[in-house]
Ligand binder design. Sequence first.
Ligand SMILES: Cc1cc2nc3c(=O)[nH]c(=O)nc-3n(C[C@H](O)[C@H](O)[C@H](O)COP(=O)(O)OP(=O)(O)OC[C@H]3O[C@@H](n4cnc5c(N)ncnc54)[C@H](O)[C@@H]3O)c2cc1C
Length: 390
Amino acid sequence: MAEFETAIAGAGIAGLTAALLLSRSGRQVSVFERTAVHYEVGAGLQISPNAGRILEQLGLGPALDAVSVRPQAIDVYSGSHLKPLVSMPLASAALRLGAPYRVLHRADLQRLLLDAARADPSIRLALAAPITDVETLSGAISFSIGGTRHAAKLLVGADGIRSAVRHFVDPGQTEIAAQRTAWRTTIPAVEAPEELPRDHVSVFMNERSHVVAYPIRAGKEINVVAIIEEDWSGEGWAEPGDPDEITRFFRNASSVLTALINAGKAWTRWCLRAVEPSGPWHRGHAVLVGDSAHAMLPFLAQGAAMAIEDAAILTRCLAQPGFDTQAALQRYQALRQPRVARVWRAAQQNGTIYHMSPLAASFRDATMKALGGERLLARYDWLYGWKQNG
Ligand SMILES: Cc1cc2nc3c(=O)[nH]c(=O)nc-3n(C[C@H](O)[C@H](O)[C@H](O)COP(=O)(O)OP(=O)(O)OC[C@H]3O[C@@H](n4cnc5c(N)ncnc54)[C@H](O)[C@@H]3O)c2cc1C
């Protein structure tokens, strides 16, 4: 007899969103998190309307607004040009799409999801409780936590890129190193270069690198991520990066970009990895959501957004009248995989587009300019305009 109705491995964005949605659909949910909680891990996160809508349905809109910024536009700069090539108007797009685009600190989102989960009597949260050794059980699934075996009717693997649940579901699927690193820092907004618009997302494209900057913490800080092509394969999300190294890398960039990089005092360095979204994403009574199923490169800012969408669709499939667990999990994968694979590929493609050599970049820039910001942004309506019941 299974002790848990629904067990979730991982209290990241995927796990906590799934817990909240599944609980609201009438399930008893137990979340097991490996660490003793890690608020400050990571830095900025862009939450586009497709995912923001789901968080708003959970009643988190006001809490999100208190810690985030709704940027007016995404400005794209090329090489050492001081003016943006295009400016994609997010504020008007929000009106068209019926939901805002928000930018915030990952820890703030994590904290507000955790607070909502703690306030929910149908969610039990266990910290320092890593799930290991997942095995099939007749009509259920079994796993270990600290050497003790447990059983659940359903196990949701929201345990990130190094997923123990994926090891059971799809043992052959491993992460791919992207030969790129993300250097990350946050700076007080008052220390950012004057020319940097405080209420915009700014993307600086260079040969073999790009930099993204946007406000977080209700505008008090600027999140800066520099993506560099380099062959470094460190582990973890928060390895220190030498400020001299990153400053040297961008010493010949535009004056705004150089000033922005120089303003960063404490950098972390993160080796980018991905997981092919080819699946399978379920086996027996176990299913994968978020990075465990399909970690993607961050060049479309959609990893967390796809995790949030996964949680919504999984919940809907499990609540479908007449569906047993197997039918629900099959339906979940059938609904999610084509969209996630498209987003995954588009993120990869952006990596190539952002890092072009000068000759290719001149064609890219001319095309972007000819299209203009509004039309460029409208090309993403398939992504940002997505609705779970649409
Ligand atoms: C540089 C960079 C910038 C990004 N920017 C954006 C962005 O702007 N917008 C966006 O949408 N996405 C962005 N992403 C992607 C996003 O960060 C991830 O896709 C998202 O955090 C995945 O959430 P998750 O819950 O699936 O996994 P994770 O956040 O990795 O959470 C997994 C959780 O499971 C726990 N865990 C692991 N193993 C076990 C186990 N065996 N048992 C129990 N618990 C376990 C972990 O401790 C962790 O808490 C970015 C990524 C990078 C690298």
